[in-house]
Design a binder for this molecule. Structure first.
Ligand code: ADQ
Length: 730
């Protein structure tokens, strides 16, 4: 059984040094819980920085630390104070964190910080190499280690590497601002599986890969340097049961009672975050002030408990924000407070689990309005804690969690009027409505908790690795070449179905109007010299271009992905039958949206899939439909489909023609005893699908395919075709 190696910037354990020596403090974060599930089936090791700088450790400390930690399943990466400063406080938090959250105004582009980031990624790589075995499964976490997948891949090419980004991936217009964007993309593409919280981030990433590096994807699969990479969304969950059951634990019950005695009959709005500019705390306070201003009837009736965990306290931006928040709270309490009532109760510290969950439990409303947030686990924790099903979540549409938590009240974090109005609406929501919303949110959180998330990621990683291995096994070996040549020599009626771009000529010709070279025409000419051979060029190109290019060779032509066909000297013709295999690829997306959108459903017709949202809450259904259209437009952009939106339905149907159906006109024409189809992309898969089982299908490149064999390049295609042609016996 393979070992799982988790790599993150910080270990879930912190080392401190006091006069008695080294002290270990375990932290029970959400990630640690998720990762703990992995050790049920595999041996697990976690590599990361233990939170103490080299300068505080002597050699003896380091040795004893390593021994003790290894026994606990951890392995430390040692960093100096200046490395932590320039890499973590520097590049990670002043460059990546701000840029990826679209705060370009706070982003610093300093070569010195970048150098340190690269250096620390290399230190991580060296540490990992000290203990790694080739069949280990590596799971790298987050933006601190974006270069690590590539560094490890370079050293051990066959390694199984997964990468998960916990923060948003920005739109390409923002990402491209980074001077080191190409190195970052190459870094992460060293992984086999790349995970994000939401489809939006997946889309942004794929967009950057296409526009900055020129790699296309098909349904999230990228064919990169003869390796298939999968990019997908895995919305991180929480330890649902732990939060759901907390209100029955002794310590939490005690806290609940204590807090209830203090908050008396006030309606309680809770706000919990790390103190970070992305969390929108200042904007939230302004919105709360608007609410108080607009609704004096709630004075002395409502309080907001604002909990902020100190974070990155040495970074200037954070110091400034802390000061602004302190001032704003002071202003609101001064402006609206009375002798016995302060509208905001402020806690600036980390809270133990029973206290934090007691606060969640007693709160009537959670107001969580980040300006940008990868996921936001607090929103999920709040809902999970509500065993009595009472409470309302007001959630920013900018949090990744919003795409799964449609039953909460979704707001724009910058729209104070909307937030003020929504607070009033929430304060008046009846219990039945609250229960309905919470129960359906809880069901989803329970189904996809943090353990399921971790398992799902691991399984997908193993699956993509298996697919890569299957593919490697399909490369056309010398032995198989000989077998094909033998069959060729023994046959009398041969059909060749050959794609043009990416097959006879390299893929990048697609973007040019380049005519076939003399070598390409010579190869085809050579094949056509044998009267037993019938050659069809099966292309997506326009018919007039193909006709012009191949006018001097006696080939048949299929143009525009099967829309047009031309046999010998006949005129061009069209055909129009329909196919439906694409449904297997599109259905999961519709199912995902159906799961996330109560009231919606899928209707399956023979040649189309229809997503209905007539029975959903109108505004919510419409928002979801627009999101789905966005995903579908993207996902179907290189599939042969039409997507139509109207009348509260979205319909996806086959456009009706493809290379395979048209190629079948030749395949079914007579009793061939040798058929060979060669192609490089998804449009050629249709040709492969229409072949009899005994025919030879060859895919150019390392993409996944139903072909029998794969071949590396168009050069190899031409040389193999020439080799075959030369074996003709006249
Ligand atoms: P964070 O930005 O830290 O995480 P979040 O997902 O909300 O944001 O997680 C915060 C965690 O801290 C929660 O588990 C919460 O319980 C805990 N916490 C908050 N306030 C606390 C307090 N006062 N005392 C104790 N604990 C407190 C990053 C990304 C997120 C992404 C997560 C996970 O920025 O978008 O959801 O990683 O991928």
């Amino acid at each position: 059984m393979s070992r799982i190696i988790i790599i993150s910037n910080r270990l879930p354990i912190t080392i401190k040094k006091n006069k008695n020596g080294l002290v270990f403090e375990q932290s029970a974060g959400g990630l640690a819980t998720g990762m703990s599930t992995l050790q049920e089936k595999n041996e697990r090791l976690w590599i990361g920085w233990p939170g103490i700088a080299n300068e505080q450790l002597n050699n003896g400390d380091k040795d004893s630390l390593q021994t003790k930690m290894t026994a606990m399943g951890y392995y430390p990466v040692f960093l100096s104070q200046s490395q932590v400063e320039d890499y973590y406080n520097g590049f990670c938090n002043k460059t990546i964190w701000s840029l990826f959250h679209c705060f370009t105004q706070y982003t610093e582009y300093e070569n010195q910080l970048w150098d340190s980031y690269r250096r620390v990624n290399q230190i991580f790589c060296q540490t990992v190499l000290e203990i790694i075995k080739p069949d280990d499964i590596i799971w790298i976490h987050d933006y601190h280690l974006i270069l690590l997948p590539y560094l490890l891949r370079k050293r051990i090419p066959g390694l199984t590497i997964g990468f998960f980004l916990h923060i948003p991936f920005p739109p390409v217009e923002i990402f491209r601002l980074l001077p080191w964007r190409n190195e970052m993309l190459e870094g992460v593409m060293g992984a086999d599986l790349i995970g994000f919280h939401t489809y939006d981030y997946v889309r942004n990433f794929l967009d950057s890969v296409l526009r900055l590096r020129g790699y296309e994807n098909r349904l999230g699969f990228i064919n990169y340097q003869n390796r298939i990479i999968k990019v997908d969304s895995f919305p991180m969950g929480i330890d649902f049961d732990r939060f759901y059951n907390t209100s029955e634990q002794y310590k939490t019950k005690k806290e609940i009672k204590k807090i209830r005695d203090k908050v008396k009959n006030y309606k309680v709005i809770i706000s919990v975050d790390r103190l970070d500019y992305t969390k929108g705390i200042l904007e939230r306070l302004k919105a709360f002030a608007t609410f108080l201003e607009d609704n004096p009837e709630y004075w002395e009736k409502v309080i907001m408990i604002l909990v902020a965990v100190p974070s990155r306290t040495t970074v200037t931006q954070y110091k400034k924000l802390k000061q602004q928040i302190d001032e704003k709270i002071g202003y609101i309490n001064g402006q609206y407070g009375t002798l016995g009532w302060s509208p905001i109760w402020y806690l600036y510290r980390s809270l133990p689990f029973p206290e934090l969950t007691a606060l969640y439990y007693i709160s009537d409303i959670a107001l969580i309005t980040p300006l940008k947030d990868g996921m936001n686990l607090v929103a999920k924790e709040y809902i999970a804690t509500k065993k009595d099903s009472l409470g309302i979540l007001i959630l920013s549409e900018m949090a990744g969690a919003a795409s799964e938590m449609g039953e909460s009240l979704i707001v724009n974090p910058n729209n104070r009027t909307q937030i003020s109005w929504t607070l009033k609406y929430a304060l008046n929501m009846d219990e039945q409505e609250q229960q309905k919303r919470i129960l359906s949110l809880q069901k989803r959180l329970k189904n996809y908790d943090v353990k399921k998330w971790a398992d799902d990621f691991k399984e997908n990683l193993i699956k993509i690795k298996d697919e890569q291995k299957n593919l490697a096994a399909k490369y056309l070996s010398p032995k198989n070449r000989l077998k094909i040549i033998k069959d060729y020599q023994q046959s009398f009626h041969r059909l060749f179905l050959i794609d043009y771009d990416g097959t006879l000529v390299p893929y990048h010709y697609k973007f040019k109007q380049a005519a076939p070279s003399t070598d390409v025409l010579g190869t085809i000419q050579l094949l056509c010299q044998d009267a037993k051979n019938r050659v069809v060029i099966v292309s997506g190109r326009e018919k007039n271009i193909l006709e012009k290019w191949f006018k001097d060779v006696p080939v048949d032509l299929i143009a525009e992905h099967g829309a047009w066909l031309k046999k010998g000297s006949d005129n061009w013709k069209t055909i129009e039958p329909l196919k439906k295999e694409w449904k297997e690829q599109i259905r999961p997306i519709l199912e995902l949206y159906t799961n996330r959108t109560p009231g919606s459903f899928i209707q399956e017709k023979e040649y189309s899939l229809v997503w209905h949202y007539i029975k959903t809450e109108p505004a919510f259904g419409r928002t979801r439909a627009l999101e789905l259209m966005d995903s579908l437009t993207y996902l179907t952009s290189n599939l042969d489909l039409e997507v139509n939106h109207g009348g509260r339905v979205i319909e996806i149907k086959a456009a009706g023609i493809n290379k395979g159906i048209t190629a079948y006109q030749w395949i079914s024409e007579k009793k061939w005893d040798f058929i060979m189809a060669i192609g490089d992309d998804w449009t050629d898969e249709e040709t492969f699908a229409h072949l009899p089982a005994w025919a030879y299908s060859i895919k150019v490149g390392s993409g996944m395919s139903q072909s029998k064999y794969n071949i590396h390049s168009s050069i190899e295609v031409r040389s193999f075709l020439k080799e075959l042609a030369k074996k003709s016996s006249f």
